[in-house]
Design a protein around this ligand. Structure first.
Ligand code: NAD
Length: 256
């Protein structure tokens, strides 16, 4: 039996991943703030610990696949909350469940970042908020960010989480666990619908290039995640897979 664990399972991409993995026969444990097998608030350390403890209990301490998709969109005007859910709600579960994945054949984890992780300038690489995230200093990161700037919280958390998984490539690789990130572009989910309801953000979305001329369905992103988790991707590790319909190629054609 393959035990798969998915955060953000109640909606959008996470929900589509659960459906995809269940269809292929996995035993799927969903984690979300609501409507999940494990209901836990990933914005708090207590909620994250609850999610880890209950996952270990439900899986008997054996996790084969882990997908970290829970997140809030930049239209949520609470910078600190965005950092706590999107960054710490991801990395704490990753680290908290690492031991449960060790020694499992084909163990694989994937975090869901975003193509907005590269929307800022190159200076973002040295942004103090990003450094506080990478240092795992939640109090400092929350203090540094503009309390009402959800957009900044979104970009910083999605940027830092990619660097976080790349920094773990050596340790996780030697533990026999593949660890990767997917970077989706605009995907038709409740989160994206929320972005479109915010006039300022909707205007920004209108200016973004879309070579394929459409947004993704959550199922399209879930299929890429299922592939990344599968043995067909057995040599992909520490990688960042872009599934954004070509948007990044237009914005940054000479960088990869
Ligand atoms: P969604 O809103 O449909 O799903 C997100 C899920 O996260 C929800 O079920 C929600 O309840 C859960 N969640 C939020 N706060 C939580 C908390 N404190 N504790 C536990 N669970 C919590 O959104 P989605 O579009 O499916 O987003 C999934 C992931 O994909 C997110 O990390 C998002 O940043 C990323 N992403 C989405 C898009 C897009 O256009 N939709 C693009 C790039 C990246």
């Amino acid at each position: 039996m393959v035990n798969s664990v998915v955060t953000g399972s109640a909606s959008g991409i996470g929900k589509a991943v659960c459906e995809q993995l269940e269809a292929q026969g996995d035993r799927v444990v969903g984690i979300d703030i609501r409507d999940a097998e494990i209901n836990a608030d990933l914005s708090t350390t207590e909620g994250r610990q609850k999610a880890i403890d209950e996952t270990i209990e439900l899986t008997g301490g054996a996790v084969d696949r882990l997908v970290l998709a829970a997140g809030l969109g930049g239209q949520v005007t609470d910078g600190p909350l965005l950092l706590s859910v999107n960054y710490f709600g991801t990395v704490d579960l990753l680290d908290g469940l690492c031991d449960a994945m060790k020694g499992r054949s084909g163990a694989s984890a994937i975090v869901v970042s975003s193509n907005s992780s590269q929307f800022g300038s190159d200076a973002d690489y040295d942004n103090p908020i990003v450094h506080a995230l990478l240092d795992h200093d939640e109090a400092k990161a929350r203090e540094l960010i503009d309390p009402s700037d959800g957009g900044m919280g979104y970009m910083m958390s999605k940027h830092a989480i990619v660097r976080t998984i790349r920094r773990r490539a050596t340790q996780w690789g030697s533990d026999g666990i593949r660890l990767n990130a997917i970077v989706p572009g605009m995907t038709d989910t409740p989160l994206f619908q929320g972005v479109l309801k915010n006039p300022e953000m909707a205007q920004l979305v209108d200016t973004l290039p879309s070579p394929l001329g459409r947004v993704a369905t959550p199922e399209e992103i879930a299929k890429v995640i299922a592939f990344m988790l599968s043995d067909a991707a057995s040599y992909i590790h520490g990688s960042v897979v872009w599934a954004d319909g070509g948007m990044d190629a237009v914005i940054r054609p000479d960088k990869f």
